[in-house]
Design a protein around this ligand. Structure first.
Ligand code: GDP
Ligand code: GDP
Length: 437
């Protein structure tokens, strides 16, 4: 997913623009599940292109020199992390020395930059545009975030730079296992990457990722090809990186998107945090395979009672992921890190599992016998037939008379029955209900 960062001085209208874009595309805005609390980023679809917008604003200080220093830091961060930059200036205040400064910083990058001049609310304000040409920019976008003027054109030009969504060729590709390693700063992602790559007697080759700066690493183990997603991003350490959690979350989401299996790292010394669950929510939403890795196991007191309580707490907080294996290890010492790849392979095998239609229908029949579908509004739900529609994850289509009447609890019952019948205890699975064909 392409990441677009909105940058500019305070009060030029960045958040107004962000809200306008989100609202304008309201039907299409898809907030990242689990992270909706943060209103500063949104996934947007425009003319068939999908991208994420980040408003880098959010200043708390009123001390102007401090604010401006922050604005500069935000720009540097955006340069480091975003794929496209959207710079916003304010026609009402006119060209400000700080604008010139920010633009000078922006010029150092080869990333695409869009320059918008905001608060051009009507034709009479377009004369304010002239002074901004002093910045030496060929294409300025006059916009009014408050009134919506000029936004469509800006978005359309932006969307043009965004690569078309990849066709779903992945299923027929080689059987490589793509792994993302995600988690909060300092949980040990980079240590783990080094440990895995260092201990494998493998042919390691860097391969460019889909977004700029992303470098994946491929290696082979026992004839199985693995790809660690965005190893460059994981290893790159910048102070700025950790300052803006929203960008670090989006980076995690981008790598999850490109992976089959996500390893979510938890710091054993800190336990499960809300941000861990945010990221996990996204893994769930994208129906990726998942391994919960509890790192820094060397650093905690391993009193059996305490570890038992700890593991129960992890299970409880990840209760929406009952199928995700939990591993404990130490990326630093390497202890039990060797369990990770075999576990990932196991999850992946299930993630790709195909079940013949005969077996699917037998499982459906048995489930119906065990627990008859309930009456809903005087109507009896009837299932006719089921079949597996796809893998990654295993997805089953169940044909029935009233697909809309399948209650959540009955769906959960069927899901559990299928899991058990097909030995799919380590992968997400999906059930889709369809009317009779
Ligand atoms: P940010 O600090 O860059 O995020 O700026 P805000 O979005 O908070 O906007 C700062 C002020 O400018 C607010 O009072 C907005 O109402 C106002 N503003 C934003 N966009 C426009 C616009 O297009 N026209 C006018 N006239 N005012 C705007
Ligand atoms: P990242 O920000 O998630 O990539 O985390 P790093 O790999 O940079 O690790 C952050 C800090 O945690 C470093 O000081 C590591 O040495 C330390 N660390 C990583 N893994 C372990 C571990 O298994 N045990 C202990 N005790 N420390 C660890």
């Amino acid at each position: 997913m392409t990441l677009v960062a909105i940058v500019g001085r305070p009060n030029v209208g960045k958040s107004t623009l962000f809200n306008r874009i989100s609202r304008k595309t309201s039907a299409l805005v898809d907030d990242f599940p689990g992270v909706t609390r943060d209103r500063n980023y949104a996934q947007i679809t425009w003319e068939g292109k999908s991208f994420a917008f980040v408003d880098t604003g959010g200043y708390v200080s009123t001390d102007s020199s401090f604010i401006e220093k922050q604005a500069r830091e935000q720009v540097l961060l955006a340069l480091e992390e975003a794929d496209i930059i959207l710079f916003v200036a304010d026609a009402k205040t006119g060209l400000h020395p700080e604008d010139t400064l920010l633009v000078d910083i922006l010029r150092r990058t080869s990333k695409p930059i869009f320059y918008a001049v905001n608060k051009i609310d009507g034709p009479e304000q377009t004369r304010h545009l002239a002074e901004f040409y002093e910045l030496g920019i060929d294409r300025l976008y006059p916009i009014s975030s408050a009134h919506g003027f000029g936004i469509g054109e800006l978005m359309t030009d932006l969307a043009e730079l965004i690569p078309a969504p990849p066709e779903e060729v992945e299923e027929t590709e080689t059987n490589e296992i793509r792994i993302s390693i995600v988690g909060r700063p300092n949980v040990g992602k980079s240590t783990l990457v080094n440990q895995i790559l260092g201990t494998q007697r493998v042919i390691v080759s860097p391969i460019p990722g889909t977004t700029r700066d992303a470098v994946d690493t491929a290696f082979e183990r026992h004839g199985q090809r693995f790809v660690l997603i965005d190893t460059a991003g994981i290893r790159r350490k910048g102070k700025t990186r950790e300052k803006l959690e929203k960008i670090s979350i989006i980076k995690a989401l981008q790598s999850i998107e490109r992976s089959h299996i996500a390893i979510i790292l938890i710091d054993a010394t800190e336990g499960v945090t809300d941000q861990d669950l945010h990221i996990a929510g996204y893994i769930q939403d994208r129906a990726r395979g998942c391994v919960i890795g509890i790192n820094k196991w060397d650093a905690i007191d391993k009193d059996p009672k305490r570890t038992k309580r700890f593991m129960e707490e992890v299970r409880d907080r990840f209760r929406f992921f009952p199928f995700a294996p939990i591993l404990t290890f130490s990326a630093m010492t390497g202890k039990r890190v060797s369990k990770i790849l075999p576990t990932v392979s196991e999850v992946f095998a299930q993630y790709n599992q195909r079940i013949t239609t005969g077996i699917v229908n037998r499982a459906l029949e048995q489930s119906l016998q065990r627990h008859e579908p309930p009456m809903v509004g005087g109507r009896r739900l009837k299932f006719y037939y089921a079949t597996q529609a796809s893998v990654r994850p295993p997805t089953f289509v169940l044909f029935c008379n009233y697909p809309d009447l399948v209650h959540f609890s009955y769906e959960r019952f069927l899901t559990n029955q299928f899991r058990e019948a097909f030995n799919l205890d380590k992968t997400p699975i999906r059930l889709l209900f369809r009317g009779r064909q």
